[in-house]
Design a protein around this ligand. Sequence first.
Ligand code: KIV
Ligand code: ZN
Length: 388
Amino acid sequence: MAKQIKIFDTTLRDGEQSPGCSMNLNEKIQMAKQIEKMKVDVIEAGFAIASKGDFESVSEIARNIKEARVASLSRALKKDIDCAWDAVKHARLPRIHTFIATSDIHMKYKLKMKPEDVMAQAVEMVKYAKAYCEDIEFSAEDATRSDKEFLYRIITKVIDAGATVVNIPDTVGYTTPEEYFNLITGIRENVPNIHKADISVHCHNDLGMAVANTLAAARAGATQLECTINGIGERAGNAALEEVAMALNTRKDIYGAVCNIDTTQIMRSSSLLTSITGVKVQPNKAIVGANAFAHESGIHQHGMLQEQSTYEIMTPESIGLNKNKMVLGKHSGRHAFEDKLRDMGYELTKEELEKAFEKFKTLADKKKTIFDKDIEAIIAEDFATEVS
Ligand code: KIV
Ligand code: ZN
């Protein structure tokens, strides 16, 4: 049986940290409800102590969301944990997500703490949070640049202290699929109590490998994947939820895992985020880009008209789009043109079709994309009997 993987959405926390992506309270609630419709397992609603606005959003999302678990981020500090709990306590399924850095670079320069003190603080704060809430996620920030033995020890101890999820973030997008696979495998083999917690992964996209790294970790046994809609997030962003979910679904043969995501809500979620933030998705972005299901080449269009699977590994309907988009341009062939005419309601004789196709080709040489109104103009110039 395929193993179940949980999806943790951090669009409203790590995603919102992306330049230009901040949202007000109402927008966050609207977004959270749409994310819930997508059937994610966990919604990270914000970082409660970061601001008054963040606190309010986490509380309101906690009150409004009923199916998904709701988490608030907190540093491994008492005041952060108090505040996170105050905000998420209204949730039907609350989680406190606490973190501290574990890499030598972060411990030395950012925290200015000794590794053993970091370890003690992590354990103490997980215990402190556990007094409030059953579900505690612990993140070892900058895990991929941390000493492995230290990582194994701190994970073992926080699980003993009550952590139900241990997150292994690639905070600076530094790792590679092979290395991350080995890191997760190493944790499974060297942390004796690891079976008591979910292993979560959280990847940034600085080297363009966030999704590949996330999927490599899933293959190595990670049971929770952290992502954001449209891949928004700090710097180059986070692993894109839609890409992770569609890869798991499309390549079950490789990942042997399923997630709960209702993929037909993907397009709606992506568009809502774009309209709220005004941050556009690049046209060639996998899954949700404007061209992701568009076919321009004549050979491709012909193949698609015979059998969709010739050039489509997933259907547009599976992400909530109505139809693949045949974009007519200079590479389009007669079959695609004829199909387009039929779709638009025109029925031409063979001769009329030939003549119209010639005109279309001449126009396509001058113009990048041919729109419906261009075709209407070609047809209007001559013949055509409209199909009723
Ligand atoms: O990237 C990161 O390390 C984070 C943690 C706070 C989970 O966002
Ligand atoms: Zn992050």
